[in-house]
Design a protein around this ligand. Structure first.
Ligand code: UD1
Ligand code: CA
Length: 459
């Protein structure tokens, strides 16, 4: 008994008016196709394949990042039934393996493990040739309708374009998720015609051709929602956003006002952390307990320990240890690691650097490609000059060093433990531990120089 999942992802998606293939458009910064692949994997599918066509290079490249997913090409878009025909080999493999075939759409991201497994059970328990996952929605416009006989028996699916007035009123719709016995699917596909309003080979027409069929009504009607245009895409984003915020709130995360808050479904956030308005958390970001994140922060694939405060911070691929504080207006670029208790103030950028415990970088500073020790203090306006126009070099600063205001550190360069650099110095040579380095001309004072000047007389 094994599950074969076939994801339809070849469609033109014309209604999106996008250069990107529709299935790669995003819900909460995650491509719709990625949501569907994850659901199939979580349900334990042994074999996953996708039908690709429009934008096949991009879609195939994306699938490569997901892992072991076979692709079948549909060179012309002749409908969902035609798309499935392209994967005949996959269905035959399912047949020889005595498996079952799940078909789902790459543009309906809320399919989940629960609906896949419970509909599978229904399919097996009833020994159906085909099981369609359906749901009741308030506005069925655009979806295929589940047509039942007077006794409630499931007869067929009628597409929007082919609906009679009476059928248009039906609110039970086809989710585009189906379980098939491979034999029945192959037989139905071989007899499929395109004599309908769209002139397409509808997968939905295979239903009528199977004798033993059932419609499994999903308990969560969101799982069936798809996006054919940007309005629907925005409403999927809203639903997903609310779903994730509610899940986090129930687990103890404080999101007092969710305006502008967007959190990826993969993010993990600890209890008693507060997320303030305008905060976007993307990818596999992990945040500990008791943090305050926001307002207006963007975190992409970061790992943040407990009791961190980030105010107006943009951080990517960075690690922030417990009790560190950054902001307002801080940019942490990939490879940044702020150790415990670090303080970063306004208009500071850090890239690919280790910043040691309790170090303080309070204002207007750039630290790139550097290894900074513990308890270092940077004055205002310091710069590590890490790039000579050709290559990048590292700067090393020892524990408890004091970097004076407006110091330029020309890498490669090392500043020893406890050393001090004078304000305004440009450091090009290594500085030994415990020393003071000053690199600037002496101050010259000429007394009474202005006394008879034209400027002062005019004043
Ligand atoms: C389809 C169903 C409809 C259902 C709805 C659920 C059919 C005929 N209709 O309509 O009953 O309520 O999904 O969301 O199946 N695709 C291809 N190749 C094609 C055409 C489509 O791969 O030639 C893919 C698309 O990329 C998409 C999926 O199949 O992922 C569904 O196609 P779409 O055109 O969006 O169908 P709907 O009109 O939404
Ligand atoms: Ca669709």
């Amino acid at each position: 008994m094994s599950m074969y999942c076939l994801i339809l992802a070849a469609g033109d998606g014309k209604r999106m008016k996008s250069k990107k293939p529709k299935v790669l458009l995003e819900v909460l910064s995650k491509p719709m196709l990625s949501w569907v692949c994850d659901a199939c994997k979580k349900a334990g599918a042994e074999n996953i394949a996708a039908v690709v066509g429009n934008g096949k290079e991009q879609v195939t490249e994306f699938l490569g990042t997901v892992g072991d997913i076979a692709t079948f090409e549909q060179t012309e878009r002749k409908g969902t039934g035609h798309a499935v025909m392209m994967a005949k080999e996959f269905i035959e493999k399912a047949r020889s393996d005595k498996g079952d075939v799940l078909i789902c759409c790459g543009d309906a991201p809320f399919i989940d493990e629960e609906v896949i497994l419970s509909s599978y059970k229904f399919h097996k328990d009833n020994d159906n040739e085909v099981t369609v996952v359906s749901a009741r929605v308030d506005d069925p416009f655009g979806y295929g309708r589940i047509i039942r006989d007077t006794a409630g028996g499931f007869l067929k699916i009628t597409e929007q374009k082919d609906c009679t007035e009476e059928e248009k009123a039906v609110q039970e719709i086809n989710s585009g998720i189906y379980w098939f016995k491979p034999d029945s699917l192959l037989l139905a596909l071989s007899g499929l015609k395109n004599n309908n309003a769209a002139g397409e080979y509808y997968l939905t027409d295979t239903i009528e051709m199977c004798s033993k069929k059932g419609a499994y009504k999903a308990s969560n009607s969101n799982v069936v929602l798809g996006a054919n245009n940007r309005v629907q895409l925005a409403s999927l984003n809203k639903i997903a956003r609310d779903m994730i915020i509610e899940r986090l709130q129930l687990s103890g995360v404080d999101i007092p006002i969710s305006d502008g808050v967007m959190i990826s479904p993969e993010a993990v956030i600890g209890a008693d952390t507060t997320i303030l308005p305008g905060t976007i958390i993307k990818g596999n970001t992990v945040i500990g307990e008791g943090c305050v994140i926001g307002p207006n922060s963007l975190l992409i694939n970061c790992v943040i320990e407990d009791n961190v405060v980030l105010n107006n911070v943009q951080a990517t691929d960075s690690k922030i240890d417990k009790g560190a504080k950054a902001g307002p207006f801080v940019h942490l670029r990939p490879g940044t690691h702020l150790h415990e208790g670090v303080k970063i103030g306004d208009f500071v950028e850090v890239k690919n650097s280790e910043i040691g415990k309790n170090t303080c970088i309070a204002h207007l500073t750039y630290i790139g490609d550097s290894d900074v020790g513990k308890g270092v203090n940077f004055g205002c306006g310091c710069v590590t000059a890490n790039y000579d126009g050709v290559s990048k070099f590292r700067t090393t600063i020892g524990d408890n060093a004091f970097i004076g205001c407006n110091t330029n550190l020309i890498a490669p360069v090392n500043v020893g433990d406890n050393a001090t650099t004078g304000a305004g110095s440009t450091i090009t040579k290594d500085v030994p531990p415990n020393s003071l380095v000053v690199e600037r001309s002496r101050t010259i004072v000429k007394e009474n120089w202005e006394k008879n000047s034209r400027r002062i007389k005019k004043a």
